[in-house]
Every structure is written in C-alpha cells, then in structure tokens.
Design a protein around this ligand. Structure first.
Ligand SMILES: Cc1cc2nc3c(=O)[nH]c(=O)nc-3n(C[C@H](O)[C@H](O)[C@H](O)COP(=O)(O)O)c2cc1C
Length: 160
C-alpha cells in the first residue's frame, strides 16, 4: 500500500527544533504540517499516513499532542498507518518517552510503522545559564537523517 497523502501533526514550542525535523520529513513525503488543535478527527480518512511529533518536555510529548491522541476516536478500519518523531536535550531515553503515545495510538487502531528522534537545542532551566546544550541541533546531518527516515518509509510502502 503506497503513501499518497501524509499529514504531519507537530507541536514545537521551545526552539522550533522539532518543526525543522517535521519540515525535512514533509519535504520528502510532500506532507502538510499542522498543529494538533487544527486537525479535526473527521478529516483523517483523507490521509494514508499521519506523523506525530514534538519536543520532549519532562519526559513526554507535548500535552496538546497527547490530548489529541487521547481524545481521538478508535479508527474502524485496520491498517491505518502512523509514525512518531521527537527531539530532546538528552537522547538516551527517547524510545521510553515515545512508548506511552505509541501505545495510545495502537489502542486507537493505528499501526505505528516507524519512529525517529534526534537531539535538539535545549536551554531549559539552569542549562540556559551555560548557553544550553546541543547548540545548532538539529543540524544538517540530523535533518538528512530525518529525510532518509522519510525516504525509507516511502520505499517500504512501495515494494518493488
Ligand atoms: C519545559 C521543558 C522540559 C524539557 N524536558 C526535557 C526532558 O525531560 N528531557 C530532555 O531530554 N529534554 C527536555 N527538554 C528539552 C527539549 O526536549 C528540547 O529542547 C527539544 O528539542 C525542544 O523541541 P522544540 O524546540 O521543538 O520545542 C525540555 C525542554 C523544555 C522547554
């Protein structure tokens, strides 16, 4: 099953780090990017694939994204595809941080086909005093990884 139309639902509030990743993925998939509050559930049928991403704030995706998924009705048809992406200051635990939203999506009937994460510039709390960490991230290399993550989803959905 190919990917014709993709919607990326993104919340990026700290330094627009995740917005840059969303754009790199969207450029490959020719996807629209919207904030969760602007996406009505009724319109989701138009898309073959949805991507959900945000920065990580206190170990979780942005609350607007979490609420959007929690409030979403269960999809009646099987095999609706989604992917997750995020940026954070400390990348070590990203799979753990993705896990609750991934489970929620699966419970709502979505097949989570891929996940992406990279570092993002972080000046939260005392980090601000020392100029932050991950300055310049996501950098060109991170964004190229994001683009190749998107190309990989396309390739896997169009088996030769
Ligand atoms: C309020 C707040 C809480 C954060 N909590 C975490 C955290 O728990 N773990 C982490 O690695 N980074 C944390 N960060 C850093 C962000 O995840 C990181 O800067 C991310 O790239 C921000 O993405 P954005 O610019 O798209 O909002 C936090 C940042 C903010 C502002």
């Amino acid at each position: 099953m190919g990917i014709e139309r993709t919607l990326i639902i993104c919340k990026s509030v700290h330094h627009q780090n995740t917005a840059k990743v969303a754009q790199a993925i969207a450029d490959v998939l020719h996807a629209e990017i919207c904030a969760p509050e602007d996406v009505p559930y009724a319109g989701l049928d138009e898309y073959d694939l949805i991507g959900l991403g945000s920065g990580i704030y206190f170990g979780r995706f942005h609350s607007a994204l979490r609420h959007w998924v929690c409030e979403m009705p269960i999809v009646p048809s099987q095999g609706r595809r989604a992917f997750l992406f995020s940026t954070s200051g400390l990348p070590l635990f990203w799979r753990i941080w993705h896990s609750p939203l991934k489970s929620w999506l699966q419970r709502k009937g979505w097949d989570v086909i891929a996940e992406f994460h990279c570092r993002g510039f972080d000046t939260v709390g005392p980090l601000w005093l020392m100029g932050g960490i991950n300055r310049h991230h996501p950098n060109d290399r991170d964004l190229e990884h994001a683009a190749s993550f998107a190309r990989d989803m396309l390739l896997r959905s169009h088996p030769c």
